[in-house]
Design a protein around this ligand. Sequence first.
Ligand code: PEP
Ligand code: MG
Length: 537
Amino acid sequence: MEIYKGASAFAGIAIGKIRFYRKGEYQVRQHQADDVKKELKNFDVARRHVMQTLKEEYDRMSENQILEQAELLGSGSFLRAVQSMITGEKVTAAYAVQTTRDELQSTFSSLNDSSIKERIHNVSRVSSLLLEILGEDENKIDLGEEPVILAADTLSPAELMEMNKEKLLGIITRKGSSTSHAAILAKNMDIPCVTGIGIPQSEEEWEDSVAIIDGYTGTIYLEPDSEIRKEYEIRRKADLVEREELLKLKDQADVTKDGRKVGIYANIGSLDDLNSVLYYGARGIGLLRSEFQYLGRENYPGEEELFQAYKKTAQTMGDRLVIIRTADLGADKQASYLEIPKETNPLMGNRGIRLSLDRKNLFKTQIRAIYRASWYGNLGMMYPMICAEEEMDEIEALVTEVKEELQTAGVPFKEIQTGIMMETPAAVMIGEELAKRVDFLGIGTNDLTQYTLAMDRQNPLLQKKYNDHHPAILKMIKMIVDAGHAQNCKICLCGELAADTRLTETFLRMGVDALSVVPACILPVRKALRAVCIDEK
Ligand code: PEP
Ligand code: MG
């Protein structure tokens, strides 16, 4: 047995065989079709199914637009383009639909003609319905039949998103840290994760070895002896019992012993997480990291696809508030189609709101999708990486434009709450000015710590020095709370620190109104919150 010490990125115990992931491996070229005839048939079946759905919709609503959507599938250029792409390029039906849609969108999106806009909208809608049936979101990185412990040098969020969660028992990486976005995704998936492990360079040595991950202490036991294995089997069972016990809190109120109400919300990265949000009884979604929908794919998601995803989230959550953070792309969240030029210092680079404001089409498409979806539930919208009021000027102008366009087109939407992520020291220093412009402030302690301490949150060498309990961070949180409250803004803490139960009482005493944490941490935080008595001291 060998023992390796690293840092815990997410608690829990996993026992299983190791599979080593090397970049680019297990990459099934999903869009290449083995059997063209079969793909044409798949497309035809999906096409008929969607036509039937549209017919039923038309019978209910008799809107011309629905008829036009059905026509796209009856004959015409869209249909021919998809079919000829399947035959000519030997690609899957899903890939052909997606690419045809994206090509049409990018060719015509700059034109201001309302009939073209409507046609693009129709193509988008029809494509989404087809893709739902064709199962475009299949996992692209195939981990094999049996669930495994995945070992890797590093993992990017995009790679993790392409893996099937059911096949992942745990994650071990050489590099990375507990606040890297890959680790945050692992937390979302509720998978134990340890980083900074000295995996040997001859990785084959580890392949197929049995390992135990102790995500509580950041320890790996390689080929554990029978005593350790027995001990961890027992601990894993105890873990399950503790989880069962915590589940009793699932329908309990988020209230301190002395009656102060503080909402506990969920941080999520995809629609797949919605079940766990409901399962653990979150008050709502405090942070939907919308950028993950842009990763692990070949092209931008279109407005219709975004709209459908937000609508589903809004409908699933009903009256409960859902805060969609607009895409925080760039830095470690990359996709090749984004064509972000190489930067010397990406974490200080063109990321978050800067990138969105640089690419107004991308941003406007997302804002439109959010407003359209607002009609179906209780949505809010939050902007990442804000540093200056000028950014808010630009955002407000775009939002006004979107709302006017929707109004003119007769598309229903609701007025929604807006918020700013407080995750740069600059934002903290102009907290009151920023708070005047929105309804709530979200405190992003991951980036706030990184930028305040000037320490890369992903650098394993800094892991022991990256101190998110630093007095400067706690002081800044208090400053944000005071600045926000002075302007009647609600304050939601949504960085990883919000799940740190050692600080729950401190945050409540500071006046934080809500905590937003990965779904698996909702109940432990609720338990800590319910044990606090604010008036006691
Ligand atoms: C943060 O920075 O704390 C945050 C919540 O945003 P992200 O982790 O996605 O950068
Ligand atoms: Mg952040």
